[in-house]
Ligand binder design. Structure first.
Ligand code: NCD
Length: 304
């Protein structure tokens, strides 16, 4: 594998291997402290980010490497009208590996055709977010110890939420996984995902608007933010933004060993009163994002 544009480019075995490396890094960080000495990661963020960009940067520093890049399109030559293709050819001359986030779906794929340097899709519009999915998988693995036989509730903006799309694709490859897709009618998962991933592979799923009714059967609850920046009009956003707010009373019928994930940032979807509940693992998830990105950088740079 040269680039990571879509999570499905990784086999289940490759994901297992990366998770094993991430767990080894957690146990033995010193063994990895110089693995990427003299290597440079470029972070090209044409869209806002806190966790994805900073975890990539922290990951590279903890591997002994260096980081260059920009955190907004306005501070790059994109503001002067430069194409993604030209920006990538340029950065490819300076960096050994590139993590890129862009509002246009498919931009990282285009970029990957313009350089021999590995490109990582750090989120493309409302499409995909494979490294968040790796983060989610490491979290599920550490919390649940398995990917098979899980009922996973995904709640909120399933239409525009790119993390949801990549996670459903990735989880669809495991045995006896059932999805409960919880959203308002307007924010259901895209048709292509339903047809090409769920129906085609005979995967059990239900679509519902009722979080509380779904709660008792869930092993994992993946909450998401309503993606304001992808809406065509503000009115619709305002009407839908508070569709789901997870509060302690809503967890009354939840399993004792439920794991509550959220890619973050949260706006209003999870009450801060949940943060101290042992089932809330979204801040553990934040940390897992750094470790799995370390494993990914090592894999793409073919560092042993
Ligand atoms: C997500 C993203 O950018 O898609 N954030 C992240 O990378 N952790 C989720 C979101 O912005 O809602």
């Amino acid at each position: 594998m040269k680039h990571l544009i879509d999570i499905m480019e990784l086999t289940v075995e490759e994901i297992d291997e990366m998770i094993a490396v991430a767990k080894d890094i957690i146990e033995n960080p010193d063994d990895y402290a110089e693995k990427c000495k003299r290597k440079k990661l470029a972070t090209l963020f044409f869209e806002p980010s806190t966790r994805t960009r900073l975890s990539f940067e922290a990951a590279m520093y903890e591997l002994g490497g260096n980081v260059i890049g920009f955190s907004e399109a306005q501070s790059s030559s994109a503001a002067k009208g430069e194409s993604v293709a030209d920006t990538i050819r340029t950065v490819g001359a300076y960096a050994d590996i590139i993590a890129m986030r862009h509002p246009k779906e498919g931009a990282p794929l285009v970029a990957s055709r313009k350089t021999i340097v590995p490109i990582i899709n750090a989120g493309d519009g409302g499409h995909n977010h494979p490294t968040q999915t790796l983060t989610d998988l490491l979290t599920i693995s550490r919390e649940k110890g398995r990917f098979d036989n899980l009922t996973i509730g995904l709640c909120g903006d399933l239409k525009f939420g790119r993390t949801v799309h990549s996670l459903i694709s990735a989880m669809s490859r495991y045995e006896n996984v059932k999805f409960v897709l919880i959203s308002p009618d307007e924010l259901k998962i895209p048709e292509y995902l339903k047809e090409e991933v769920l129906i085609r592979n005979n995967i059990e799923f239900i679509e519902t608007a009722d979080l509380e009714e779904a709660m008792p059967q869930l092993d994992v609850l993946y909450m998401t933010r309503v993606q304001r920046e992808r809406f065509f009009n503000e009115q619709d956003y305002l009407r839908l933004k508070d569709s789901y707010i997870l509060t302690p009373d809503k967890l009354e019928n939840a399993k004792e060993d439920l794991s509550i994930l959220h890619p973050l940032p949260r706006v209003n979807e999870i009450s801060t009163a949940i943060d101290d509940d042992p089932r809330a693992v979204y801040f553990e998830q934040v940390l897992n994002g750094k470790y799995i990105r370390m494993a990914l950088i090592l894999k793409l740079l073919e560092v042993k």
